[in-house]
Each structure stands twice: as structure tokens, then as C-alpha cells.
Write a protein that binds this ligand. Structure first.
Ligand SMILES: NC(=O)C1=CN([C@@H]2O[C@H](COP(=O)(O)OP(=O)(O)OC[C@H]3O[C@@H](n4cnc5c(N)ncnc54)[C@H](OP(=O)(O)O)[C@@H]3O)[C@@H](O)[C@H]2O)C=CC1
Ligand SMILES: O=C(O)[C@@H]1CCC=N1
Length: 315
């Protein structure tokens, strides 16, 4: 049972996606050790309300074999150690590199996720033998700026092409992944199973992908900057660094979860904290003076416009 999942260009994001998938498989194995389908708490892995632990996923949507490629031997050596560490479920990840390894992966895999840098994707997809190797397969690209139209021009008509935009929190199964719509029900189920095991996943039309790249893909960097700045403020006022980071990080997580799970609008979240004449409004007005709100919004605008140019041939 199961199918083979191939990760082409298994760097930061490839590892994040594999980590989510492998942790979920491990949790499913520990929940159903003898094949009984009576869900119980997984003994390991990070259980979150957003991510599915494959507990209810039909068997045929679960990958059972894994292949990953990288560019250099040194990276392959490190990756074997990393994947060994995140892979306690006995699943083997076959790490390959060098000439012909991407095409061999495409031949052996059923679902192929292209996780290389955007400017490398074209040369990988045009490697000798790749066209035939991906025939009839599902090819998912997470490459910023690489369009469905480019991808379809590199593969046969029988290949299903999907764009996905995940983010680094996939590694701890708290990711946000946006996927382009898939007409085929089986492919949709496979792709949903993969990305819901890494966090939250939703379908959106390709026209939104550059904005999603900025908001979800780049988002963790923007939030980390806010986190660091809030912690710096705490340190300035005498808090120890580690405690300041913990307090800021949990505050960001808690506020995000209130927006997601209590259904509160950001303005409501802000207003309920803001006592008339209190310290919160004093801080908020300072932020408005510093144009933090428009600076953050413009950062998404600039990143969106920049994302559109990635993966395109330089003129
Ligand atoms: N980083 C992020 O937060 C996000 C990134 N993305 C997208 O994901 C993609 C990957 O980004 P990221 O993971 O950060 O990049 P990394 O540089 O971490 O990973 C790229 C991987 O590709 C490998 N590689 C290079 N050349 C080849 C080749 N010819 N064949 C096979 N593998 C090769 C590299 O191996 P080696 O090092 O040995 O060369 C490396 O392992 C990008 O397209 C980016 O737009 C999307 C969302 C979020
Ligand atoms: O910075 C980048 O180009 C990639 C895409 C989204 C996140 N990192």
C-alpha cells in the first residue's frame, strides 16, 4: 500500500515538508500499532489542532516510500544524518545526488515535489529523460514565482501540475500551505494529505500566489522580526533575553490562535487589550507614529511584486 513521495532539491523546505509527513506517519503508527482504527493520543510528534496526524486519512493517500535529491555530496551526507534524526518511524528516506539522480527520482516516485531554488527548477525539469519520467505523475512545485504555465510547458499533458506555497513552520507541523486547485479527486486527496500533515492547507487560484508567497512563504521572517523587536524592548527594560523571547513568542502564538480559533478580528483583539488612558494605547500610538502598520503592509506589497519575478528568465 502507499505511494512514493520524491523531494527534488531537499533543502530547508524539503526537510520541513518531509519532517511534517514523517512525524505524522509516526504518530499514525503509534496510534494504530496493530492496524486498529481507534484513535488515541499519539505517543510522539507534535499534536496541533491545525495539522492532521493522518489518523483519519485513507491508506491510499499516505506515502510509504521517500526519495530526496540534493545538489552536492556534502549536502547528501548531512541530509542522511538529519533525516535519520527526524525519522524514528522506520521509514527509509533514500537520499541521492549527482548526475541522473533527479530523473531517477522522477521515475521511481508517484508524487514529485520540486523544492529547488526557483532559478534551478527549469534546468532540473529539462534534464535528459525528465519529460518521460514525469509522464502520468503529479508534479508539485513550491518554487516562488514559477508559474503553472511554465511548469506545464516542461511536462507531458498527462502530468498533473500543482503549485504549492508552504512555509518553514511545516517542520513542526504548524505550517500554512496554499495549493492551486486540482480537478482530479484522487490527486486532491493525496496533496491535501501531504500538506495537512504539515499544518493548515487551503486551495486558492494561482492569481493569488505571489501574495501568498509574501504572506505565508516570507511571513515567518516578518513575524520573527516583530518577535525580535518586541523581545529587544523587553531586554531594554531589564528582562533577561531568553525570558523576553519566550514571552514575546507565546504572546504572538496566543494572539494568532485567538484570531484562528476564537474567530476574533484583529481590531477586536487589539481593542480588548486597550484600556482607556492605559499603557497599551500609549504603545499603540507610538507604533502608529512609527508607521509600523503601513510599513508591514508595504513589506507584503514589495515582497509580492518581487516574488512575481523569481523563476523567470532574466531579460
Ligand atoms: N525558504 C522558505 O522559507 C521558503 C522557500 N520556498 C521555495 O522553496 C524553494 C526552496 O527553498 P529553500 O528550501 O529555502 O532552498 P535551499 O537552498 O535550502 O534548498 C535547495 C536545495 O536544492 C538542492 N539542489 C541544488 N541544485 C540541485 C540540483 N541540480 N538537483 C537537485 N537538488 C539541487 C540544494 O542542494 P545543495 O545545497 O547541495 O546544492 C538544496 O538542498 C525555493 O524555490 C523557494 O522559492 C517556498 C516557501 C518558503
Ligand atoms: O525569500 C524567498 O524568495 C523564499 C520564497 C518565500 C520564502 N522564501
Amino acid at each position: 500500500m502507499g505511494y512514493t513521495l520524491g523531494i527534488v532539491g531537499c533543502g530547508t523546505m524539503g526537510i520541513a515538508i518531509l519532517s511534517g509527513v514523517l512525524t505524522s506517519l509516526e504518530a499514525r503508527l503509534s496510534a494504530f500499532p496493530d492496524g486498529r482504527h481507534t484513535p488515541r493520543e499519539p505517543s510522539s510528534g507534535i499534536s496541533t489542532p491545525t495539522a492532521s496526524l493522518f489518523l483519519d486519512a485513507p491508506e491510499e493517500t499516505l506515502p510509504s516510500k521517500f526519495i530526496a535529491t540534493v545538489g552536492r555530496e556534502e549536502t547528501a551526507r548531512k541530509l542522511r544524518k538529519t533525516l535519520g534524526a527526524i525519522n524514528e518511524s522506520g521509514q527509509q528516506v533514500d537520499v541521492r545526488f549527482g548526475a541522473g539522480s533527479n530523473v531517477a527520482l522522477a521515475k521511481d516516485a508517484d508524487v514529485i515535489i520540486i523544492c529547488s531554488k526557483p532559478n534551478v527548477a527549469k534546468s532540473i525539469m529539462q534534464e535528459k529523460g525528465m519529460y518521460d519520467a514525469v509522464d502520468g505523475k503529479i508534479v508539485v512545485s513550491i518554487c516562488a514565482g514559477v508559474t503553472i504555465s511554465q511548469l506545464t510547458s516542461w511536462v507531458p499533458e498527462t502530468t498533473q501540475v500543482v503549485r504549492a506555497m508552504p512555509n518553514t513552520p511545516c517542520k513542526i507541523r504548524e505550517g500554512m500551505t496554499i495549493v492551486t486547485p486540482l480537478p482530479d479527486a484522487r490527486s486532491r486527496a493525496l496533496i491535501l494529505a501531504i500538506f495537512t500533515s504539515c499544518g493548515r492547507c487551503r486551495f486558492l487560484d494561482e492569481k493569488h500566489f505571489d501574495a501568498c508567497t509574501a504572506l505565508a512563504g516570507s511571513g515567518p521572517a516578518f513575524v520573527a522580526l516583530v518577535l525580535e523587536a518586541m523581545a529587544d524592548g523587553g531586554v531594554m527594560m531589564g528582562l533577561p533575553r531568553a525570558e523576553a523571547i519566550e514571552i514575546a513568542a507565546q504572546t504572538i502564538q496566543g494572539t494568532g490562535r485567538m484570531a484562528l480559533y476564537a474567530g476574533l478580528h484583529p481590531a477586536q483583539l487589539k481593542d480588548t487589550v486597550t484600556t482607556p488612558g492605559g499603557c497599551t494605547i500609549a504603545g499603540l500610538l507610538t507604533m502608529e507614529d512609527g508607521r509600523v502598520r503601513s510599513t508591514m503592509a508595504r513589506a507584503i506589497q514589495v515582497a509580492t511584486n518581487h516574488a512575481a519575478g523569481l523563476g523567470q528568465d532574466k531579460k
